[in-house]
Design a protein around this ligand. Structure first.
Ligand code: 13P
Length: 248
């Protein structure tokens, strides 16, 4: 039986003061440790947040990680740097990185590998745009996004990774995928991996992201191949984020 996981992606929001309040609010409401939970925070909030979550069940992660080890890469943050703040996770290939900052399947795969080199669990974000869905390209887009990692790191790399299916058309739009739409793609992803390694497919956590809210999380999480969520907007409010977590 897979353990569930709920990850908050704060994106570029908040101040140090609001980050502290939010983290304290989440920690206060964690309750029993029935599922994994983490927040992926802006880099500059990592020192504070990693200190606050120490000895709690809340893990901390980054929203991206460099595709290189170190050197002259202005503006990038390496995986080794993230380990100094106890980052357990790093998002890679979020659609906002892919569409606004030029991340490609190949650079995302390199980021994925850099995270793993430092024992940080990469959360590989995949998903199609509305146009791609309408052109019936959803599965081929997902194939390409997964294959870039498989080609670089091999299928075994998914033994220490998380996948987040985030249909681009559902992110920040209030338009959630239906439980069935999400399940269809999650099942596809799991079968795709199973064809290469059944044990890894059985074990890997596949999260849904895209306008997940307290009122729709329960239905999504009840689907057999949905192991939790990657939550944007609703993770900025401790009460909403905890409601989602507790609906596991
Ligand atoms: P929303 O939950 O705000 O739609 O964002 C989802 C997301 O992009 C999480 O990474």
């Amino acid at each position: 039986m897979r353990r569930s996981l709920v990850v908050g992606n704060w994106k570029m929001n908040g101040t140090l003061a609001s980050a502290e309040l939010l983290v304290k609010g989440i920690i206060a409401g964690l309750g029993d440790n029935k599922a994994d939970i983490a927040v992926c925070v802006p880099y500059v909030h990592l020192p504070k947040v990693s200190e606050l979550v120490e000895n709690t069940a809340l893990a901390v992660g980054a929203q991206n990680v460099a595709d290189k080890l170190s050197g002259a890469f202005t503006g990038e943050v390496s995986a080794a740097m993230l380990t100094e703040f106890n980052c357990k996770y790093a998002l890679v290939g979020h659609s906002e990185r892919r569409s606004y900052y030029g991340d490609t399947d190949e650079t995302v795969a390199a980021r994925f590998c850099q995270a793993q080199e430092q024992n940080i669990t990469p959360v590989l974000c995949v998903g199609e745009t509305l146009e791609q869905r309408e052109q019936d390209e959803t599965f081929s887009i997902i194939d390409a996004q997964l294959n870039a990692v498989i080609n670089l790191a091999g299928i075994a790399a998914f033994g220490a990774a998380v996948i987040a299916y985030e249909p681009v058309w559902a992110i920040g739009t209030g338009k959630t995928a239906t439980d069935e739409q999400a399940q269809e793609v999650h099942q596809y992803i799991r079968k795709y991996i199973a064809a290469k390694d059944q044990a890894i497919a059985d074990k890997i956590q596949i999260l849904y992201g895209g306008s997940a809210k307290p009122d729709n999380a329960k239905g999504l999480f009840a689907m057999p191949d949905i192991d939790g969520g990657l939550i944007g907007g609703a993770s900025l409010d401790a009460e909403s984020f905890l409601k989602i977590y507790h609906s596991i």
